[in-house]
Write a protein that binds this ligand. Structure first.
Ligand code: 13P
Length: 250
């Protein structure tokens, strides 16, 4: 049985007070009897307070990034140990904004994955094609390459700590969503690619999230697809009613 997950990537939004307010609203409004795992990823400086505020709730807190080194002279960076020490056990890695704006390569992301696993963290591994890849019909190749170069070096045992998040870059923050059929087609391809590499147990157990302009009004149809196990939500995660609406659509 795969875990259903709805995760909110808050990106560089919400100051300390706004983070607390949004969490309080989520605690009030999220259903308590759901089997959906709810994750929020506020910005680094608000992680510790987010962990405190969600302690007796079902909300789990993730970081949006981390550095690959254990520590040392890396001004401005955050290590896995620092995250673990405040109770953050999940990290988003490979987000397309990290790849595009901060020049993170597949090799660097693979390095971060390795470090996170050493610290027994759960990884939300993001990947997805750009518009030019889709228009040249190379989206499957690109996605396969990102999986191969980012996580296919891992031993099978590591996969219980891996959540996949397919986020087509052209659908992120654009209001443009992959159609439910496009999402299903790619998610099925991803699962089959994992199956070829690792076998059926890993492929059937890994949760594959869709990300890219998911909103309360399109979530249900996307989530109804058999290989879509949840969502990684950007803009709509910043509003409690929208985010709760998406969780309820799962
Ligand atoms: P949007 O939901 O704003 O398109 O962002 C998706 C995303 O990048 C989540 O990581």
């Amino acid at each position: 049985m795969r875990t259903k997950i709805v995760a909110g990537n808050w990106k560089m939004n919400k100051n300390a007070e706004q983070t607390e307010d949004l969490i309080n609203e989520l605690i009030d409004k999220l259903p308590t009897d759901t089997d959906v795992k709810v994750v929020i990823a506020p910005t680094f400086v608000n992680l510790a307070s987010a962990v405190d505020h969600t302690e007796f709730t079902k909300i789990r807190v993730a970081a949006q990034n981390m550095h690959q080194a254990e520590g040392g002279a890396f001004t401005g960076e955050i290590s896995a140990d620092m995250l673990k020490s405040i109770g953050v056990n999940t990290v988003i890695l490979g987000h397309s904004e990290r790849r595009a704006y901060f020049h993170e390569t597949d090799a660097l992301i693979a390095n971060k994955v390795e470090t996170a696993l050493k610290h027994e963290m759960t990884i939300i591994f993001c990947f997805g094609e750009e518009l030019k890849d889709r228009s040249t019909n190379s989206h499957f190749n690109i996605v396969e390459g990102q999986l191969r170069d980012g996580i296919f070096n891992l031993p099978e045992s590591a996969w219980s700590n891996i959540i996949l998040a397919y986020e087509p870059v052209w659908a992120i923050g654009t209001g443009e969503t992959a159609s439910p059929e496009q999402a299903q087609e790619m998610h099925e391809f991803i699962r089959e690619t994992v199956r070829k590499q690792y076998g059926s147990q890993v492929a059937d157990d890994v949760s594959i999230l869709y990300g890219g302009s998911v909103k309360p009004d399109n979530a249900k149809e996307i989530f109804s697809k058999p290989d879509v196990d949840g969502g990684l939500i950007g803009g709509a995660a910043l509003n409690a009613n929208d985010f709760v609406g998406i969780v309820n659509a799962m």
